[in-house]
Design a protein around this ligand. Structure first.
Ligand SMILES: Cc1ncc(C[n+]2csc(CCOP(=O)(O)OP(=O)(O)O)c2C)c(N)n1
Ligand code: SF4
Length: 325
């Protein structure tokens, strides 16, 4: 007879002092000092707890975290090819469902979490991520966004902002702004195209309780969930490595990054400033934007303003913001 599959229920965290002390992403890795994605991993692993399996598509969070005989993961972790994070998660989740149902494994269904970079989520990894969302697997897909293909030398990705200096978009006389294209919007891609998905949220390492609660909410959902997490990269964005959290907070204060949840078709916003600071405040502390003129900065401000207008209207299907001409 089939055994009913029991699932975990993770309690919300009210205050910072309620955060569990146990660590599942421990010292023993080789990420850069001040690495936003590494701090994000620590927070996500803490929120998820011991009954968790991580899938790590190729990227900084695989390469710098899995040097021979040295790993920071204190829960099961598997590397996947960069293209296939969503496919590997789908297989693991489906296998656990069958094993538990057939009585071959006891206990609750583990949390299955893909921790993918922006490239592994919405560019090279897009097909597998989308398929996992479409088929309705009970797994959480996290895009930690360091706004580049960082591990291969800070190459441009579809979430790299307009005007960034990357190794593939160096500013010069022909293209003075560096990157010419405006970025993709990962949560809107997932919301717009995947009927099985009921929970999508954005988060930032500057707001750890909010981030951890969103991880728990995503995991408590039965079915697929998606988180887009802002994770500044001191090496690629070229800022002082002691300022990672300050910079992440500035992104929210300038409206460059919005914190919201989309649950069953409804939008809810968190930490929305009463008044946004000018985008230039955020750009000027990062050398990747040092070459920009006032005209370029005005284009970025216009893009941010348009995006805030779109996502600021609850439950209205988003038409993508238009790149200023
Ligand atoms: C199919 C394939 N193409 C290219 C690569 C080379 N590659 C390894 S890591 C990486 C960058 C990954 O970028 P992202 O997913 O954004 O993660 P990050 O390195 O920024 O953490 C690339 C392009 C690869 N491993 N496999
Ligand atoms: S390059 Fe960026 S994302 Fe990669 S380890 Fe260094 S700080 Fe972290």
């Amino acid at each position: 007879m089939a055994v009913a599959v029991k699932t975990q229920e993770l309690a919300p965290i009210k205050k910072i002092r309620d955060i569990p002390k146990e660590e599942y992403y421990v010292p023993g890795h080789r990420t850069c000092a001040g690495c936003g994605p590494a701090l994000n991993y620590k927070l996500v692993a803490k929120a998820a707890g011991p009954n968790t399996i991580f899938i790590g598509p190729t990227g900084c969070m695989y390469v710098a975290n899995s040097s021979y005989l040295c790993t920071p993961y204190a829960v099961p972790w598997i590397h996947s090819q960069i293209t296939s994070g969503g496919a590997v998660a789908s297989g693991i989740e489906a296998a656990y469902q069958v094993l538990i149902r057939k009585g071959k494994r006891e206990g609750e269904l583990p949390n299955v979490i893909v921790m993918a970079g922006d490239g592994g989520s919405v560019d090279i990894g897009l097909q597998a991520m989308s398929a996992m969302m479409y088929r309705g697997h009970d797994a959480l897909f996290i895009c930690y966004d360091n706004e580049s293909y960082a591990n291969t030398g800070i190459q441009t990705s579809p979430t790299t902002p307009y005007g960034s200096n990357t190794t593939f978009t160096p500013p010069g006389s022909a293209i003075p702004e560096g990157k010419r294209l405006f970025p993709k919007d990962p949560p809107q891609l997932v919301i717009g195209g995947h009927p099985a998905v009921k929970y999508v949220a954005t988060a930032s390492i500057a707001y750890p309780v909010d981030l951890m609660n969103k991880v728990r909410k995503g995991l408590n959902q039965r079915g697929p969930a998606f988180l887009h997490i802002h994770t500044p990269c001191p090496k690629g964005w070229q800022f002082d490595e002691s300022k990672t959290i300050e910079l992440a907070r500035l992104a929210v204060q300038t409206g460059t990054w919005s914190l919201y949840e989309w649950e069953n078709g409804e939008y809810k916003y968190q930490h929305k400033p009463r008044q946004f600071k000018p985008v230039g405040d955020y750009l000027k502390v990062q050398k990747r934007f040092a070459h920009l003129t006032q005209e370029h900065i005005a284009k970025i401000q216009a893009f941010v303003d348009a995006k805030l207008k779109v996502t600021g209207i609850p439950a209205v299907p988003a038409s993508p913001p238009q790149a200023p001409a």
